[in-house]
Design a protein around this ligand. Structure first.
Ligand code: URA
Length: 230
């Protein structure tokens, strides 16, 4: 059982203070009856709540995938820059969905959002061993020695040691890179450390989840069950 004002504020309807007025005005019903007191408690699993006659969706875990275009920073607030939050429809922002990890401003592709902090942590943590797959275009041509170096764990220019990763050349200047961690500019720096500077980078897969044909700039809801093993 939960207080009605808590349920409504967590659902993103309005702030606790605004809710007082909304409730007093008789705009909220629960299970068919008008309720004017926010202190009344209801079962969040079964309560059917409406505001101005429209059903209110109670807070639930949301997992979303965005096909991030280049030019957007992965941040909730960065003055002077366009952020990925601008691409998230209001109904999901109100449910508290936030980016899971980061993609660089110039990187495109699959960016997850969730309002479940623990799930976000598990998805990012290298301990969870979730593979993130990137498609990269780069100068030069990857050699067998580069594939080997990735498998061993590359040492970046500043001495940072990376976990073992996979470099899968596609053709000269094109490859897939699979990593389980997410250090700053990691894939760009890994390839640069092998003399293969990146000219284009896109994340195409996150664990079992593929970007597929999701158009650039669009968001799709994902069933979190895809990450139950994580
Ligand atoms: N590695 C990078 O270099 N950039 C990203 O955005 C993600 C991984």
């Amino acid at each position: 059982m939960q207080r009605l004002d808590k349920l409504l504020s967590e659902a993103g309807v309005a702030s606790r203070r605004e809710l007082k007025g909304i409730l007093r005005a008789g705009r909220v019903t629960v299970n068919g009856a008008t309720v004017t007191r926010g202190e009344e408690k209801f079962d969040e699993q079964t309560a059917r709540i409406t505001l101005d006659g429209a059903p209110v969706e109670l807070r639930r875990t949301v997992l979303l995938m965005l096909h991030k275009p280049a030019g957007f920073v992965t941040s909730t607030d960065e003055p002077g820059s366009r952020t990925v939050m601008e691409l998230l429809p209001e109904r999901w922002r109100r449910l508290g969905a936030l980016p899971v990890g980061r993609l660089d401003k110039d990187t495109e592709g699959l960016l997850l959002f969730t309002n479940d902090g623990q799930l976000a942590h598990r998805l990012i943590s290298p301990k969870s061993e979730v593979w993130k797959v990137y498609y990269a275009e780069h100068e030069g041509a990857a050699q067998e020695a580069d594939v080997e170096a990735f498998a061993q764990g590359v040492t970046l220019a500043d001495g940072t040691q990376c976990l073992p990763a996979r470099l899968r050349p596609i053709a000269d200047g094109k490859c897939h890179v699979d990593v389980q961690e997410g250090k700053y500019h990691q894939v760009r720096r890994m390839l640069a450390s092998r003399g293969l500077p990146v000219t284009y980078l896109k994340r195409v897969q996150f664990g079992a989840l593929e970007l597929g044909d999701l158009p650039r700039g669009e968001v799709r809801e994902v069933d979190p069950v895809i990450f139950t093993e994580v």
